[in-house]
Design a protein around this ligand. Structure first.
Ligand code: NAD
Length: 509
């Protein structure tokens, strides 16, 4: 008789969500191991900063070459642990390679010292500089939905800034993150990038040891990290959950809106922080829009893809995720909504049918709570004003889309929406524009990633440096001993620099 083996507590078995088969294992790193890794990264970071932004850029470009040369290998690993369609899996590598190249080439310019002019005549004796010095070790903690892209959005600008980085990938999909770090090793780059795998406790240990925390994940975990980071007085940037609205106006190209919202809501099975999670449609085009949307969604092919690009939609990452989606759909139907297509788990693996819900009310859980699944709930609204009001009626504020035949009207509406990004007549285009910041408002986060220079400079501390511009005397004017003539001269000069009109010369009006 074979004894039942207890589950190992020192490793994580990674499973394919479509069939539950184990596709790999990773260790669960302890808090002590994380602390030791950070200590080691700290040692190598000094030299990494010292070689300068240009030399770091060269390493990043070699890393980019590695990614492009290994894109099939990366897609295979991504697919094995996420069950993404091949299209979605293959998309991640060129996107990350693009980000790596963007920062490799631009970071030297962003990191150049700023040299502001002194603001007053007294200050003219000094040369001023602002140096951008890296936080030594950055912890990047990522979720499971884009296991290669998530590290790929945040790690390259941090490395470019001169930081060492410790990645903590999600326990659900750690293999792609491990491969990301393996790639850095394979090119022979300095050992300033490491990975710690494990559960939440490993992530908490990362927060306990690093100098800056870049977190992407749920709002609940984000709040716990903000508290832990505050306790240590280390900064954190939090990219959290969303419940992104789409507004479809009567003047919109309804065919484009119905295609764009099908993709924006169901890409990656809806497991995208900025996926369309609720739709507000003007009453006059509601029936036409939902008929077209449901027709598009019902044609989607769902299944476990291989390298043949046979499917559009895959499985959800975990059984828990299926239960959240099911609850939101069941709640809605029990309260009077209808599923025009889909509406239930498929019964195998973690598949949930792509679903369009109509007759949806603002009070339903499918509108109030983040679903993170393949559902598109549609609410009929009277007009633009009601659409804006309901879109803003959410604790989240990550991104939004507006579908209209009038781009100027779209921009005007964008400026009334409480969201970190608004795409007009498109979905996700903000994320593909690296010059734009990607950050959430309200419960969707603090800070932002990307955004041109800001993406690199956020990983640095500003260091103010003053140097004498003229030969120095034994004493400065304001040093001891104090005297009335010194006071009159020094404060008069300050007054002359600061005041308006005759007050410059000590004359009150
Ligand atoms: P999660 O919060 O459960 O986990 C994210 C990561 O945090 C994992 O690596 C996990 O191990 C780690 N973690 C858990 N507890 C921790 C703790 N106390 N201290 C430190 N680390 C800890 O999120 P998830 O379920 O993996 O991902 C889904 C969520 O991520 C969704 O809410 C989604 O909206 C969000 N997300 C946001 C963005 C964005 O850019 N705003 C992008 C992708 C996903």
């Amino acid at each position: 008789m074979t004894a039942i083996q207890p589950a190992r507590t020192d490793i994580i078995e990674v499973r394919n969500p479509a069939d539950g088969l184990v596709v790999g294992t990773v260790p669960i790193h302890t808090a002590d191991e994380v602390a030791a890794t950070v200590r080691e990264l700290r040692l190598y970071q000094t030299e990494w900063e010292a070689i300068g932004a240009k030399a770091r850029g060269e390493w990043l470009l070699k890393f980019q070459d590695w990614m492009l040369d290994n894109s099939e290998r990366i897609a295979d690993v991504l697919q094995s642990e996420t069950s993404k369609p091949r299209f979605d899996a293959e998309l991640e590598t060129p996107m990350v390679a693009d980000i790596v190249g963007y920062y490799a080439k631009r970071a030297p310019g962003y990191l150049a010292d700023s040299r502001p002019h002194p603001h007053s005549p007294l200050g003219m004796t000094k040369k001023l500089a602002i140096a951008h010095r890296p936080y030594p070790v950055v912890g990047v903690i990522t979720p499971w939905n884009f296991p290669f892209t998530m590290p790929g959005m945040d790690i390259p600008p941090a490395l470019a800034a001169g930081c060492a980085v410790l990645l903590k990938p999600s326990e659900v999909t750690p293999l792609s993150g491990v491969l990301f770090v393996e790639g850095w090793k394979e090119i022979g780059a300095p050992p300033v990038l490491a990975v710690a795998t494990g559960l939440g406790a490993t992530g908490a240990a990362v927060v306990e040891n690093v100098d800056y925390v870049q977190f992407t994940g749920s709002t609940r975990t984000g709040k716990a990290i903000a508290k832990a980071a505050a306790e240590r007085l280390v900064p954190c940037s939090l990219e959290l959950g969303g419940k992104d609205p789409a507004i479809v106006l009567a003047d919109a190209d309804i065919d484009r809106a119905a295609h764009g919202i099908a993709w924006g809501g169901l890409f990656n099975s809806g497991q995208v922080c900025i996926s369309v999670e609720r739709v507000y449609v003007e009453a006059s085009v509601h029936d036409e829009f939902v008929a077209k949307l449901a027709a598009n969604v019902s044609k989607l092919r769902q299944g476990k893809d291989d390298r043949d690009f046979k499917f559009d939609v895959g499985a959800l990452a975990t059984p828990d995720q299926v239960q959240i989606v099911k609850k939101h759909v069941d709640d809605a139907i029990a309260a009077g909504a209808r599923a025009l297509t889909g509406g239930k788990p498929r019964g195998d693996g973690n598949f949930f049918e792509p679903t369009v819900l109509v007759d949806v009310e603002q009070s339903m859980s499918c509108i109030k709570e983040e679903t993170f699944g393949p559902t598109i709930p549609v609410v009929k609204v009277a007009d633009e004003a009601e659409a804006i009001r309901l879109a803003n009626d959410s604790e989240y504020g990550l991104s939004a889309t507006v579908w209209t035949g009038d781009n100027a009207r779209g921009e005007r509406i964008a400026r009334q929406l409480d969201a970190g990004a608004v795409n007009i007549n498109d979905a996700f285009s903000n994320m593909m524009s690296f010059a734009l910041p990607m950050g959430g408002w309200k419960e969707s986060g603090i800070g932002a990633r990307m955004g041109g220079a800001a993406a690199v400079l956020k990983y640095t501390r500003s260091q103010a440096i003053t140097t004498p511009r003229i030969p120095t005397a034994a004493k400065e004017l304001t040093w001891f001993p104090y005297s009335k003539p010194k006071a009159r001269f020094a404060f008069g000069a300050m007054r002359a620099g600061a005041a308006r009109g005759l007050r410059k010369f000590g004359i009150a009006r």
